[in-house]
Design a protein around this ligand. Sequence first.
Ligand SMILES: Nc1ncnc2c1ncn2[C@@H]1O[C@H](COP(=O)(O)OP(=O)(O)O)[C@@H](O)[C@H]1O
Ligand SMILES: [Mg+2]
Length: 611
Amino acid sequence: MDLATPEQDQRKSISRLTRLMARSLSIVWQSARTPFLALIGLQLLNALALTLQVFAVQLALTAVLDISGNPGDLWRLVQPVMLLAGLTAVTAVIASVQVGLGRYAAELVVAVMWKRVLRVATRVDLRKFESARFYDRLQRVQATALTRPYQITHGLVATVGSAAGSAGLVIAIVLVHPGLLPLLLVGGVPVLLTSRRQSQLELDFLARQTQSMRLRNYLTRVQTGRDEAKEVRAFGLARNFGTRLDTLYADYLRDLAQHLWHRSRLGVAGSLGSAVLLALTLFLLGWLISTGRLSIVAAGAALVAIRLLASQIQSGLSGVQAIFESGQFIDDLDGFLTLAPAAEGGSRAIAPPADFRRVRADAVSFSYPGRSALALQSASIEVNQGEVVALVGENGSGKTTLAKVMAGLYEPGSGAVRWDGVDVATFRPDLFRERVAIIFQDFVRYALSAEENIAVARPDHEIDHAAIREAARIADADSFLSALPAGYQTPLSRRFVGGHELSGGQWQKVAIARAFYRDAPLVIIDEPTAALDARAEYELFSSLHEVLRGRSALIISHRFSTVRTADRIYVLDHGRVVEQGTHDELVALGGQYAELFHLQASAYSVDRVMD
Ligand SMILES: Nc1ncnc2c1ncn2[C@@H]1O[C@H](COP(=O)(O)OP(=O)(O)O)[C@@H](O)[C@H]1O
Ligand SMILES: [Mg+2]
């Protein structure tokens, strides 16, 4: 994957860090301003407490030295010790408040971020979903959406806090004795070096394993998924997928072991380095004291400051690392959210008419992103008010694509769809889509109640129980929906308590009921008959004109028994309209339609003989 290289290249760059910091800040600022400001406030308070701790140590040591040999003066210790204890308590309280506040802020970021992502995901041009880059990006945002906001928030707070804390400690130590500054800086060096190297190792490891992690997640999902369960058993896929997963895990664990070994070696080296430096520092301090250059008090304060500074640096680095690790996520999120303006539909503000006399696809061409072949080539069809028009053609001839263009889901590359001569591209897209009821070949089976499964066709209307029943009755779904345990309120999924599964044909009828429930002048149904038995199909389509009540329909079907009742039939072949006319005209023409019709008719008569 191309993730590893850019990340590795840019990892060291300060400019990337600056940019990521700024982006993180703006993300957190926009979603969780108040808790974030409170967190920063706490960090500043914490920095102040750290700084004061150095002075408190100084006071305490002075007092200890003053009273040495004078046990009666012990009371003089009370004040500095109380101060020290108080400051320590303050930092402890800050740390625990911060955990809760950080969690709350991160959840706010998650909520606001999802709201923005979903706004774009549900409005962006449908074609985008055919682009691997777009979809990958969305998937990556989704996969890490719960953890990254935590990292970002923590990263920002830790970085700001450690910067403030370090600055405070440096000031404190300079005030104690300016000559100690170099010592302070040297003391922080080993932690700085090893932590930096450790973060680098961690990032390399993550980049290296991203791809494998995704594959592992996928293989786990396939083996636990409800939809996949039947195929996994029927094909006996468990062994194959299991072995693949085992191999991936073995590789991962080997890499992880090596990585952890490197990390602990570094950790040990860092600690040893720190210990050596500490020993040297002690010697140096001792020497400074012995030569009268430094008081014991100042030396003690310096030691405390050095230890505190080391922990500040460590926490700052963990913050920077968290921001870096979220880099890909921030890029993906930004890349995704910038799609928003294109999703708003621009200046197209014309409201479409409530009805039409003629809808026409006029020499429409279309190609899917990343595919050179045209899915539609100058295809023209028309549907007049009240007509039932059929679209036939072999698999892959472009029927579904044409249906989506007619419904305003894809914009044609050239040509236009016109309503009474007006290009639908000039209509406000959302309003235009409301004028079309399209039922896809692969319609969605919502894990909602039966009633809601039909009501989704008019999401902005209050649920009209009578109209839903009527639509279900027309689609021949009322009988089995009423018979469900809780009637129309039964959830249509076993995922929920009291849920009930429908058969493929029953689901198809529910989907068709959606088309009738949506009050749109143009109804498009893509292969509605695939799952219907012959009787159900006959009953539905023989009365279609009647139940449409003046609405127009475009029906895509392979079954000629459905198609022959249509007012007009278009035959698609490789994205072109090659024949058109009524059933009788097309049979008489003796072309592709006639050939397919005779093929099916003879197969059908054989079936009947065999019955
Ligand atoms: N999402 C897609 N991305 C890329 N190509 C597609 C996509 N959907 C369909 N196609 C291609 O477009 C052509 C027409 O497909 P489609 O309209 O689904 O045909 P039909 O519905 O007639 O079976 C086919 O060659 C198909 O491979
Ligand atoms: Mg299709």
